[in-house]
Design a protein around this ligand. Structure first.
Ligand SMILES: Cc1cc2nc3c(=O)[nH]c(=O)nc-3n(C[C@H](O)[C@H](O)[C@H](O)COP(=O)(O)OP(=O)(O)OC[C@H]3O[C@@H](n4cnc5c(N)ncnc54)[C@H](O)[C@@H]3O)c2cc1C
Length: 550
């Protein structure tokens, strides 16, 4: 193996480490995969920040699963498919809802803080669920409770090596399969080649492509970008979900006000003080997110305002404080009293539905590469994710990945150790920090203005040109987090904009002003991108027919 050019910035030869399985990411998807895989394998869990710095940690509402007598997997499936606007993969949804309850019960065994009343689980209502179905922990602190519990479970087993502040730059491939990762230690500046029989990407979403998002700073789409570079297919990139109730502010990350508050009866009001969702959807404020967001945009535009109101002042104050301690306290810090004030809210970038295309075992199209959680596109969300289905997706599909790893690793036999590794592209000396910051700001501004909630062809074209210009203005990345993240963001942004431009209809979270209707005849299909078709004149855009056929 020759010394790769892109490691020029590193002193001496890069070190190599050897594992059975590498998991990238420490949210619900990564921790679940690591805990499970460690029962049979030597595992490394790599995170570019500290373990808890994840989107999962911020999750408030909870986890959806058919856990009560009035509920059933069939009902959960119906709700998920209805919300998904014709693009859900039915097999994947069936697996999600059928295996979900058992996975959540297992999680409860290690995370005792799920909220109960008199021994019974308390289940909340959220948008587009036909029955209360959301299990939550610590009131509105589900994510932090879950991450803490899973991290503790992982530490109890000795077979997971945890590598924090280690940025995975790229995937290593050998003969058409993934055999590891290249990582940059953000403290020492050293690169390492990490070899393994399989890699599980659990790197979360890409909210940082927009100026304002509920996502933490780590959500820069690295996993999607590196999987694409390595040859895996990404799918459904045009579907970016905007959450109706981000606290109105101009500072990212935007504080999210959980949908469970509307589940407890909070209203959405326009500037005339009217409940504008009445009559728009039978579930009013608890309609699917895409329906609520669309109506919010109409009312904001009509009033020439950038926000509307969330009103919980008619609800019992004691209940609000006990059920939503995190929301209550954070709003207090920002100068609002949830019990007395109408809270200004606006839709905000929240969740990436698209990502690394997988089958129902979490396998990407690149052998040896698995993806789970927000980085993946399993097909369970269709064109619009049902609230609180994403934590469940990470739990269920990471468990399936763990089960498939035994089979995959056994199938490798002698090939488990790579022979000739294909190293990532050569890198250069890099770019000035000021230029990186400026390009990132311009990218986010463009994506917000042109590829946000409402899209039209001219704007999408402007965005694509700007993204191309920003990319062309940069030298190949040197060895810094800021460089790698910016290149990943540019790659992902380009895919979102190009997929959005291709889809000539409005469906779920994808709203086209110039194609306002849903067009099932032409567009009940997925848009996939892959580098494999480069020879056709650039990364391929290939629509696949059929909502369930991916
Ligand atoms: C404010 C908020 C509230 C939410 N509430 C809910 C809810 O109540 N219920 C629900 O179901 N969903 C909710 N969601 C969505 C849900 O939280 C996420 O979709 C889910 O947590 C994603 O989990 P994950 O494991 O895929 O990724 P994450 O939890 O985002 O973890 C990603 C990990 O990958 C690491 N990483 C990324 N890139 C690299 C790299 N290059 N190298 C090394 N490490 C890397 C990160 O450091 C991090 O450890 C919410 C989202 C937000 C933002």
């Amino acid at each position: 193996m020759t010394r790769p050019d892109f490691l020029a910035a590193a002193e001496g030869e890069p070190a190599s480490r050897f594992y059975d399985i590498i998991v990238v990411g420490s949210g619900i998807a990564g921790l679940t995969a690591a805990v499970g895989a460690a029962r049979h394998f030597k595992v490394a869990l790599i995170s570019k920040s500290v373990l808890r710095d994840t989107t999962t940690f911020l999750a408030q509402g909870g986890i959806a699963a058919a856990l009560s007598e009035q509920d059933s997997p069939e009902l959960h499936m119906e709700d998920t498919i209805r919300a998904g606007a014709g693009l859900c993969d039915e097999e994947a949804v069936r697996i999600l809802v059928n295996e979900g309850p058992e996975r959540v019960r297992e999680l409860m065994e290690i995370c005792p803080k799920f909220d109960r009343s008199g021994g019974d689980l308390v289940l909340a209502s959220e948008g587009a669920h036909s029955v209360p179905r959301i299990a939550h922990a610590g009131g509105d602190a589900t994510g932090s409770e879950v991450v803490s519990a899973l991290a503790q479970a992982m530490r109890q087993g000795s077979r997971v090596q945890v590598l924090e502040h280690e940025f995975v730059v790229d995937l290593l491939t050998d003969g058409g399969r993934c055999v590891g990762t290249v990582s940059l230690n953000l403290r020492s500046g050293e690169f390492t080649l990490n070899f393994a029989s399989a890699v599980v990407l659990a790197t979360g979403g890409c909210g940082q492509v927009y100026s304002l998002t509920t996502n933490p700073a780590v959500a820069t789409g690295d996993g999607m970008a590196m999987a694409f570079r390595a040859g895996a297919t990404v799918s459904d990139m045009e579907f970016v979900q905007f959450h109706p109730t981000g606290l109105y502010s101009d500072e990212s990350p935007i504080f999210l006000i959980t949908e469970a508050l509307r589940g407890e009866g909070a209203y959405l009001l326009n500037h005339a003080g009217e409940r504008f969702m009445l009559g728009v959807h039978p579930q009013a404020e608890l309609g699917p997110r895409d329906v609520v967001v669309k109506e919010m945009v109409r009312h904001m535009q009509g009033a020439g305002q950038e926000f509307l109101y969330l009103d919980a002042t008619h609800l019992d104050c004691q209940m609000l404080r006990e059920r939503f301690p995190n929301v209550y306290d954070t709003l207090r810090e920002r100068g609002y009293d949830l019990c007395k004030d109408r809270i200004p809210v606006a839709p905000v970038c929240h969740y990436m539905i698209g990502g690394v295309k997988t089958d129902v075992w979490g396998r990407s199209t690149l052998p040896g590469l698995y993806a789970s959680g927000e980085v993946s596109s399993t097909g369970v969300h269709g064109a619009n994710r049902l609230a609180s289905n994403s934590l469940l997706e990470g739990l269920v599909f990471s468990d399936r990945i763990v089960r498939d790893l035994d089979r995959y690793v056994a199938s490798l036999g002698e090939r488990a150790r790579p022979s000739q590794v294909q190293l990532p592209q050569p890198r250069g000396d890099g770019n000035r920090p000021s230029q990186l910051a400026e390009n990132r700001r311009r990218l986010q501004k463009t994506m917000t203005a042109e590829v946000g909630i409402v899209r039209r062809d001219a704007g999408l074209l402007r965005a694509i040109r700007e993204i191309n210009a920003l990319s062309a203005s940069l030298e190949p990345p040197g060895a810094s987090l800021e460089e790698y993240e910016l290149f990943n963001l540019l790659g992902i942004a380009g895919q979102i904009a190009r997929a959005a431009r291709l889809r000539h209809e409005s469906r779920g979270s994808h709203l086209r002003e110039d194609f306002p209707a849903r067009d099932d005849a032409a567009w009940r299909r997925h848009i996939n991108f892959s580098v494999r078709n480069k020879e056709d004149g650039g990364p391929a855009e290939r629509g696949e027919p059929g909502g369930g056929n991916r």
